[in-house]
Design a protein around this ligand. Structure first.
Ligand code: SF4
Length: 352
């Protein structure tokens, strides 16, 4: 574990974590909502510094990022814990295990042990080692993903800084609940971010995710304003967020920030506490795709299903097929150096 950077000291050895918009005030021995930031004698520590719980080399399309070094591999790391508590979480075994542990230790009056116990979940993978592996394998970027990277920001920051020095790129896959301070801190080394916009209803965020909508909208705007490459993902859940009105509201919001922000509408499958819902029908994703395009977004993609037509990139000007996708397989068609080779239209993204 390592002392956190994003926090303030308060009276009576309490601390306030400033990494995310949950804004936890934490008493000595306790952790914040995420379960990985603990107050030890009036100082805040990141328990999972250098402790990865999930590591993979993924195609970048899996993040999903479609306008960012297409066809490249990305070294992907995550830890345990999360600042949200989504009932439909598809990585709940990683993200929610710290909450179960915290409850157990509270019952046993052993909350002080969180530090040791949380560290047991991960295995040592320090920033230097991550960069070494990437260099050896020729992997051009690192993703902080699987759980919310903001909660392990100090670990991500040190890794991203080293990666940047080596000429590599860094991306966050995030729920968008960063504080402005956290996003500005990582910004010099952050090249791309995929932000989940899970709904356009604050009630949905409060009830289903134990969070709020507005900070997520603010993060999307701020990340875009800071010049970080932004893509947005909505997991389309039957009867929860798939009405025409709600999908249209999301698309309108994205358009108001920038119609060139790619919007991924992806299929849900029953998981964690939401096993009573059906998997998303392909027709719902096609509907979301149509709504996004009709609203004026230039790039809308369906995900978690095989659908070459609705997951490929087309030139918004001449409609030429630029990048063809089938699952995570891609082929570059009428596209070179960030431009449509048929009409010369510049396609926004990070291409080299
Ligand atoms: S990162 Fe964790 S401890 Fe910090 S404010 Fe968010 S939930 Fe609370």
């Amino acid at each position: 574990m390592k002392e956190a950077v994003l926090y303030r000291k308060l009276e009576d050895k309490k601390v306030k974590c400033t990494a995310c918009m949950q804004g936890c005030t934490i008493q000595p021995d306790y952790t914040g909502i995420c379960g990985v930031r603990q107050n030890v004698d009036g100082k805040l520590y990141l328990l999972v510094y250098g402790k990865a719980s999930a590591v993979n080399i993924d195609p970048i399309e899996k993040k999903p990022l479609f306008h960012f070094l297409p066809g490249s591999q990305i070294f992907s790391i995550g830890t345990v814990g999360c600042n949200f508590g989504c009932d439909f979480c598809q990585n709940w075994d990683l993200s929610q295990c710290t909450k179960d542990l915290k409850e157990k230790l509270l019952k046993e009056n052993k909350i002080k042990d969180m530090g040791v116990k949380v560290c047991d979940y991960g295995y040592e993978l320090l920033p230097e080692r991550i960069i070494e592996i990437c260099r050896q394998k020729g992997i051009p970027s690192v993703a902080y993903t699987y759980n919310e990277p903001t909660i392990f920001l100090e670990y991500a920051y040190d890794t991203a800084k080293l990666a940047n020095k080596e000429g590599m790129k860094n991306v966050f896959v995030s729920n968008g609940f960063e504080t402005e301070e956290a996003l500005k801190k990582i910004k010099p080394y952050l090249d791309g971010i995929n932000i989940d916009l899970k709904s356009f209803s604050d009630e949905f965020y409060r009830k289903t995710c134990k969070a709020r909508l507005q900070p997520v909208l603010d993060t999307i705007k701020l990340a875009h304003k800071l010049g970080i490459w932004v893509e947005v993902t909505t997991l389309v859940i039957p009867t929860m967020n798939d009405s025409d009105e709600e999908l249209k509201s999301i698309a309108k919001f994205i358009k108001s920030v920038d119609p060139n922000i790619p919007w991924h509408v992806t299929a849900f499958h029953p998981d964690y506490k939401m096993t009573d819902k059906q998997s998303t029908k392909h027709s719902s994703l096609e509907k979301a795709h149509r709504i996004g395009m009709e609203t004026g977004l230039n790039y809308v993609y369906v995900g978690n299903v095989i659908d070459d037509v609705h997951s490929s990139t087309y030139c918004p000007n001449c409609k030429a097929l630029l990048v063809k996708r089938s699952g995570h397989y891609i082929s570059i068609e009428s596209f070179k150096d960030g431009k449509c080779t048929k009409c010369g239209e510049k396609i926004p993204g990070v291409w080299k």
